[in-house]
Design a protein around this ligand. Structure first.
Ligand SMILES: NC(=O)c1ccc[n+]([C@@H]2O[C@H](COP(=O)([O-])OP(=O)(O)OC[C@H]3O[C@@H](n4cnc5c(N)ncnc54)[C@H](OP(=O)(O)O)[C@@H]3O)[C@@H](O)[C@H]2O)c1
Length: 430
């Protein structure tokens, strides 16, 4: 096996810049632990003159990363531009075709093109590693691929987005509104300053769930439409009421095999304050796997940020330097099967429904009658009048019902003049 490895880092933003510095600081330690020499021979970002947190070596800087392939001999390439397509995809494909191993934290790229890219890596007998693409510093992918390798996993779920978990925890702790806490998260660097939409609407967590499902169940990445909801509609009032009920709102990503079908979802859930997942707060992530014969395993840690992400990127590097040429998704691409998707309409949960209604007689019975027409039985009702504004808040916790049934039932409420706002729905975690 080779003794010396040439490295290239493409993208010197939050992650790439930090990684570049870490690689220089830890060069000796990595060489000691692997018995291999490493050298960063090329780095690339868009703008050469941009002021960066860490000093870079301009002699090896490329504004056009494609030029690196012509001018340098590379063994391992870090892609940290972060696009699902465009230059990120182009570089990764080109590298794999040229028998260069790739390490990336780019979940958008892997969730969209992971199947094709892993085939390409396998064909060229090089590594495609993406530990950092899911849950930052938590070594969940390697745990599934190696530590839990002989287990039959039937469910994997957890808190996969630190931004939304921070916002929900902070709203509960400070009694501040979603907008206020979002601004604070942006100031602290927990949410993207420009466009935090992909974190808030559940898309970021969903890309991670897709990658986790493929690994946990040895399947191709699913292309079906998922049940995806973010936290944008969660109001302080819901968090307060949930708290009074001994519950907490968490954005959960869930993937499981139900009757041989794959069910993947991301949506806010009400979980008990005394449960494990209910106590994963702030920017923390946690991933829970249920497998046989191992039972339940939990990994918790920091899910984002340059430090934790770089920790995973370096663990991928060490794995390659130690000679672990592995299938990117744990087993050969030819053995990974397509799996049929579970029909989202049949997903069942108890529901939390919050109505804001006109404070007059008959409105509550109108709601409960409609629910009962759809065979949605009520477990608990809390009614809070607001006499001054002639309004009332009605919160109903239901017994389990299916998605389709709930949707059909609730759609009727949008047309009623005594119901001021389409009811807020939060599912209770089963
Ligand atoms: N940030 C986190 O906490 C975190 C956590 C886990 C995973 N990730 C993943 O890590 C990846 C990178 O995220 P990031 O936060 O580091 O992004 P970022 O700060 O926006 O950095 C992107 C980098 O790509 C460079 N770039 C853009 N287009 C380029 C091109 N055509 N050629 C060469 N370089 C180009 C940019 O150059 P300039 O600097 O010159 O503009 C910049 O250095 C993403 O896939 C993200 O999902 C991030």
């Amino acid at each position: 096996m080779k003794k010396k490895f040439n490295l290239a880092i493409i993208g010197l933003g939050q992650i790439g810049g930090y990684l570049y510095n870490e690689l220089r600081l830890k060069k000796k330690e990595i060489e000691k632990k692997t018995g291999k020499k490493i050298e960063i021979v090329a780095i690339s970002a868009k703008n050469k003159n941009k002021k960066r947190k860490f000093k870079i070596n301009n002699k090896i800087f490329y504004s056009n990363p494609l030029k690196i392939f012509k001018e340098k001999k590379i063994d391992i390439l870090f892609e940290s531009i972060g696009l699902s397509d465009g230059m990120s995809k182009k570089i990764v494909e080109l590298a794999l075709k040229k028998k260069i191993s790739v390490i990336t934290p780019n979940k958008a790229l892997i969730a969209k093109h992971g199947d094709k890219l892993s085939e390409l890596a396998e064909k060229n007998k090089v590594n495609l590693e993406f530990e950092a693409s899911v849950a930052g510093g938590i070594p969940i992918l390697r745990t599934i691929k190696e530590g839990l390798a002989t287990n039959k996993i039937n469910k994997i779920y957890g808190i996969l987005n630190g931004t939304t978990n921070y916002i929900l925890s902070e709203m509960e702790n400070t009694n501040e509104t979603f907008d206020k806490v979002l601004k604070k998260a942006q100031r602290l660097g927990y949410a993207e300053p420009g466009n935090p939409k992909l974190d808030l609407n559940g898309f970021d967590a969903f890309a991670k769930i897709k990658i986790l499902s493929a690994l946990a169940f040895n399947t191709k990445i699913s292309k079906s439409k998922c049940l995806m909801e973010g936290i944008e509609n969660i109001q302080l009032e819901d968090i307060r009421i949930a708290s009074q009920l001994g519950l907490r709102v968490k954005l959960l990503g869930i993937s499981e095999i139900i009757k041989g079908h794959l069910f993947e979802t991301v949506h806010p859930c009400l979980v008990g304050k005394n449960t494990y997942i209910g106590n994963v707060n702030g920017v923390m992530n946690a991933v829970i796997t249920e497998g046989k014969p191992v039972g339940e395993s939990i990994l918790q840690g920091e899910g984002a940020g340059p430090g934790p992400t770089s920790s995973s990127l370096l663990s991928d590097l060490l794995s390659i330097l130690r000679g672990n040429t592995k299938y990117p998704f744990g087993i050969s691409s030819t053995k990974r099967k397509n799996i049929k998707s579970f029909n989202n309409n049949n997903y069942t949960n108890s529901l939390y429904l919050r109505f804001v209604v006109k404070d007059k007689q008959g409105v509550l019975s109108l709601i409960t009658n409609r629910l009962s027409k759809y065979k949605i039985s009520v477990k608990r009702i809390i009614q809070t009048p607001d006499k001054k504004n002639k309004k009332a808040t009605i919160v109903i916790i239901t017994h389990k019902t299916s998605e389709i049934n709930a949707r059909n039932c609730l759609s009727l409420f949008s047309k009623n003049k005594d119901i001021f706002k389409f009811p807020t729905l939060i599912r209770l975690y089963n």
